[in-house]
Design a protein around this ligand. Structure first.
Ligand code: NAD
Length: 476
């Protein structure tokens, strides 16, 4: 059993003021692996003070110096790829594919931010004013457990490019991932206080960051309910907020689509990160005329999924992160049956031979109506709801009949038609005829999936605020 009993403030690993221990379990075996000593509000205040004290240091840097920091962070994170994959697999049961993708994207975030910093016009003339894009100051970065290292990298890289300093509050369930990335980023040798990392409870450390007057902006990734609490709390000090929240993303198979090609991608979209992904395509909208074919293909693809401990790289569905999440998925599966959806494969309980660990059966429901609970709530597990539709207009209407709007997927042979459907769906991102890695295209949600965008130049600009000076060229 490991103990993690330091947090990272002002460039040093220090013992937290908080004393509360939290024991983390391996979700694949339910064995205790780690005791983490949680930081408290005093620790959060210290981290915020360190970030504030480092602001003048950052303000004096040139663009080239910050580009050099980002290069060093990139190199440090890239060199740790193997360790990052291992810790993600071990700590939350991430699949090898997911963990490898996250590790590479984490390193790439820093090189992308470096390039943007080199190109970005921080100053321009607009409407007779000299407009300067200025950093916010101290930013709070709050991340979830499901790709903690990836989110830390995307957020911190842009904060540094903008010229801010950061207090990072990772998920308390990600203590080992956080310990690793802290050590790795410490090795990049940035000045003390530029980033500080404080693992503690959301309602303690996260709440302190949310209310503290010296924090100017929060970038949060996590559930919609916590995002709303942060937005409410942030308004008292008028913090800027970027919220990346939950989703219930539709995958639309148009009636001219080659289902044999589209279904494997649709299933991958549904079960990525074992279904524990904000962008998971968990509502599969199929034309009523081809329902039987869609059911058969989806069932076959789900039954081919390999469920088990992700230490085996062939596994594509690992355990749910905690017992609570396991129970939650079970509850939704039972609810789907109670509400009259047709259970096509999977169901309640565990896969054969996996008596320990938070493993669930990859489950497909057919004949789902979009007003059923399983079609409305974000389940965060490998549960797919197949919903029939009559025509393209109805497909778009069903796709949009949700409080969320993070992501969507459309498959069809007629590209103009597929693009028309994509244009009609209210979502921050739509993938047409494929799954794409697009780390510079804007990422974020419509409606209750969030506020603001991350990634690329849109992401950088959420860490900047325009300041207009008129008369800057006028001597008296
Ligand atoms: P969560 O909302 O429970 O926790 C996220 C973070 O917020 C954690 O660090 C947590 O400690 C902190 N937190 C909790 N209460 C807080 C409070 N009152 N004040 C401040 N911070 C608080 O989410 P989770 O279970 O870690 O992650 C799963 C959720 O994240 C899902 O809903 C998923 O859709 C969402 N998510 C969204 C994206 C996206 O980019 N849109 C990406 C990944 C995950």
């Amino acid at each position: 059993m490991k103990t993690i009993d330091t947090i990272y403030i002002n460039g040093a690993f220090v013992a937290p003021h908080g004393r509360e221990p939290l024991v983390l379990l391996d979700p694949a075996t339910e064995r205790e692996t780690t005791t983490v000593i949680l930081a408290d509000d005093v620790d959060a205040q210290r981290a915020i003070a360190a970030a504030k004290a480092a602001l003048p240091v950052v303000a004096r840097t040139t663009r080239e110096e910050r580009m050099d920091w980002l290069q060093r962070l990139h190199d440090a994170v890239a060199a740790a790829e193997r360790e990052i994959v291992d810790v993600m697999v071990a700590e939350y049961g991430g699949t090898t594919a997911m963990a490898t993708g996250t590790a590479r994207r984490a390193a790439a975030s820093f090189s992308i931010a470096r390039r943007l910093l080199g190109e970005y016009a921080f100053e321009r003339e607009v409407g007779g004013a000299r407009v300067t894009m200025v950093p916010h100051g101290v930013v709070g970065l709050i991340t979830p457990w499901n790709a903690n290292i990836g989110f830390i990298a995307t957020k911190l890289s842009m904060a540094i490019a903008a010229g801010s300093t950061a207090v990072i509050k990772p998920s308390e369930l990600s203590a080992a991932q956080t310990a690793l990335i802290t050590r790795v980023m410490h090795g990049a040798g940035l000045p003390p206080g530029v980033f500080n990392i404080v693992t503690g409870r959301g309602d303690v450390v996260g709440a302190e960051i949310t209310r503290h007057p010296d924090v100017a902006k929060i970038s949060f990734t996590g559930s919609t309910s916590v995002g709303k609490a942060i937005a409410r709390g942030a308004v008292d000090t008028m913090k800027r907020v970027t919220l990346e929240l939950g989703g219930k993303s539709p995958t639309v198979l148009l009636d001219d689509a080659d289902f044999a090609k589209a279904m494997p991608l649709a299933v991958l979209a549904a079960v990525m990160n074992s279904g524990q992904a904000c962008i998971a395509g968990t509502r599969l909208l199929v034309p009523a005329s081809r329902v039987a074919e869609a059911h058969a293909l989806a069932v076959r693809a789900f039954e081919d999924l390999v469920v088990g401990p992700t230490s085996d790289p062939r596994v594509n569905v690992g355990p749910m992160v905690t017992r609570k999440q396991y129970e939650r998925v079970q509850d939704y599966i039972r609810k789907g049956i109670e509400e009259g959806a047709t259970l096509l494969t999977g169901g309640p309980g565990r896969p054969d031979g996996l008596e320990r660990g938070y493993f669930v059966l990859p489950t497909v429901f057919g004949d789902v109506r979009n007003d059923m609970t399983i079609a409305r709530d974000e389940i965060f597990g490998p549960v797919l709801s197949i919903i029939p539709y009559r025509d393209d207009d109805e497909a778009i209407a069903i796709a949009n009949d949700t409080p969320y709007g993070l992501h969507a997927y459309v498959f069809g042979a007629d590209l103009a038609r597929a693009n028309r459907v994509a244009a009609g769906i209210q979502a921050g991102r739509v993938f047409v005829n494929g799954l794409y890695d697009a780390p510079e295209a804007p990422f974020g949600g419509f409606k209750q999936s969030g506020l603001g965008r991350e990634f690329g130049v849109f992401g950088l600009e959420t860490y900047l605020e325009p300041k207009a000076i008129m008369g800057h060229d006028k001597a008296l």
